[in-house]
Ligand binder design. Structure first.
Ligand code: ADP
Ligand code: MG
Length: 568
């Protein structure tokens, strides 16, 4: 038996590991299963390149709880380790890796958000275990099994052990304050959260299913009554993951229904179908795969619970993709998988990272391209979806200039009577007859069709187009358009008399006498708050509306912008 000190220079790493990221203790399981997966994939590689003695077979990883013994087992059938390799990889490399990681990040504590998602590795086991045993046998012929134990002090033991099968078993003796990790429901929850799409099957317990070889027979008794014998059951491994999730496949191999069923796999509690998907797939200058879905978005900018999930080689990392995906796209759903996103760094570092920036602009471009092709391929369908997707598009136009430029081709401006124009189409339609006295193009719109109905009617009677713009951020977008497009202005139909908005010259005769007008004006001015509205007694064309009350565009926009949180 060998005894030794892992590293005399740092005696205090274990208490530190225990304390580290106290809210994130659960990641130990992901780390150990990642190691088991790596070890299995390495074996697969060796088998593929024809390394003689290796038989790959159908390896799996098993997680087993021993509640009475207060132990958690993680067992793989991967390459295993020889005694020398344990000495090297566990005692030296893994240990100094963990030490270095802690050194770097212990100060940062839990501020991080993303810090701690990766890096601590094997030694994260000591966040929950008071003692760890590692029993392993290398795939190499003629090697012996070894057992390594460590009780959370820098001392370890290493000795030969009887082990016949290749691979590694990690046994965690769960500490008193971590007994939640002996609960089946807790472990199942963690496996589902972190390992749902890992590439090697993970077994957790067994389950009863119908025996596929048994077809129950139906017999007739002497009275002619039919009875069917009971279906035989059989016990099979309970595999908790899908090792081949849709995003790892080629778009050409997937149909629309595959994307939809993957959506349900990702969000089992989500019953609404997505509107459409975007399959991401790039291998230069960075690696990234994924599928994004546009969910139905009903007007509100609310924070959703089903978010985009970030994976690294099929290992779940986080569902907080802030800083990686442009903000306006965080409203989408789906997965992004990339080995090129540095994960054990702080968010501010992440935002400055060159690769991450490239990834963000790639995703933005793909989303814009997809929207454009949907628009080109089936405009009618696109128009139908507009109400559900406009919030993302308008938000994107406001926050990303590149997206703004691309969106010009497919962003739609609906009218109160149900037509949909692109900006160019709208421009061509109104350029000759909707200008004000300074020659500025006036884009009329209503934000609430019911409330502004009579104004809308008056404008339509003159042959003007009235848009229906009602999303919560539209006033920011109008400002952006006014500053980007030349010589245009938006005016809500009730901002002033429509004749004042479009051109000033024709005057109207009121149906009221001068006296009646003065009287009415005094009453109205008392009743209506002057800081909000302007009372104008101007003649309208219809008998139903003898005068109009207007709210100046600037007053209203100021109020709206305050309500939606300022500039865009
Ligand atoms: P990393 O996985 O980043 O290399 P870890 O601390 O998680 O760091 O693991 C250190 C090393 O220990 C691994 O690189 C691997 O060589 C070895 N190792 C850990 N777990 C296993 C395992 N289940 N089977 C084989 N080797 C393992
Ligand atoms: Mg690891």
């Amino acid at each position: 038996m060998t005894k030794g000190n892992i590293n005399v220079s740092v005696e205090n790493i274990f208490p530190l590991i225990k304390k580290f990221l106290y809210s994130d203790h659960e990641i130990f399981l992901r780390e150990l299963i990642s190691n088991a997966t790596d070890a299995t994939l390495k074996l697969k590689h060796l088998a593929n390149i024809g390394e003689a003695t290796v038989e790959y077979g159908n390896p799996k990883i098993e997680v087993r709880i021993d509640k009475e013994g207060k132990k958690l087992h993680i067992i793989d059938q991967g390459i295993g380790m020889t005694a020398e390799e344990v000495e090297k990889y566990i005692n030296q490399i893994a240990f100094s890796g963990a030490e270095e990681f802690l050194d770097k990040y212990k100060e940062a504590g839990k501020d991080a958000g993303i810090i701690g998602h990766f890096g601590l590795g094997f030694y994260s086991a000591f966040m929950v275990a008071e003692k760890v045993e590692l029993i392993t046998k290398s795939y190499k012929e003629g090697t012996e099994g070894v057992i390594w134990t460590c009780d959370g002090s820098p001392e370890f033991t290493l000795e030969p052990v009887d082990k016949t099968e290749r691979g590694t078993e990690i046994i965690l003796h769960i500490a008193e304050d971590s007994t939640e990790f002996l609960e089946e429901s807790k472990i199942r929850e963690l496996l589902t959260k972190y390992n749902k799409f890992m590439p090697i099957p993970i077994k957790f317990g067994t389950k009863e299913v119908n025996d596929p070889d048994h077809k129950p027979e139906t017999k007739k008794d002497k009275d002619g009554k039919e009875t069917t014998e009971p279906q035989k059951k059989t016990t099979v491994d309970n595999i908790i993951n899908n090792p081949n999730p849709a995003w790892t496949k080629l778009p050409a191999d997937l149909e629309d229904k595959d994307y939809k069923s993957f959506y349900r796999e990702l969000y089992p509690m989500q019953f609404e179908e997505p509107l459409f998907h975007i399959h991401l797939n790039v291998d230069y200058p960075f690696n990234l795969t994924g599928i994004l879905y546009f969910p139905k978005m009903t007007g509100e900018l609310n924070i959703q619970k089903d978010k985009i999930q970030l994976y690294q080689n099929q290992v779940f990392v986080t569902d907080n993709v802030e800083g990686i995906v442009p903000e306006f796209l965080t409203m989408l759903r789906g997965v992004i998988d990339s080995p090129d996103i540095p994960l054990n760094v702080s968010r501010s570092y992440l935002q400055a990272d060159g690769n991450v920036k490239k990834i963000a602009s790639y995703i933005t471009r793909k989303v814009a391209d997809k929207l454009k092709s949907l628009f080109n391929e089936n405009r009618e369908d696109f128009e139908k979806k507009w109400n559900d997707i406009k919030i993302v598009i308008e938000y994107g136009m406001l926050s990303e200039d590149k997206f703004f430029d691309k969106a010009d081709a497919f962003a739609l401006y609906p009218t109160v009577d149900g037509k949909y124009y692109t900006y160019q189409e709208l421009f061509d339609k109104i350029k000759d007859n909707q200008t004000d006295k300074d020659g500025k193009l006036v884009i009329l719109y209503a934000s609430n069709e019911d409330a502004q109905h009579s104004y809308t009617e008056a404008a339509q009677a003159k042959g003007y187009e009235v848009l229906l713009l009602d999303s919560p951020i539209i006033s920011h977008l109008m400002q952006k358009l006014e500053s980007t497009k030349e010589n245009i202005t938006f005016a809500r139909v009730d901002a002033d008399h429509v004749d004042n908005l479009i051109n000033k010259d024709d005057t109207k005769i009121s149906k009221l006498t001068d006296e009646q007008q003065t009287e009415l004006e005094t009453i109205l001015k008392e009743a209506i708050p002057s800081e909000k509205f302007m009372v104008q007694l101007e003649a309208m064309d219809s008998d139903a509306s003898p005068f109009i009350i207007t709210q100046p565009e600037f007053m209203r926009r100021m109020k709206e912008m305050q309500a939606t949180g300022g500039g865009g």
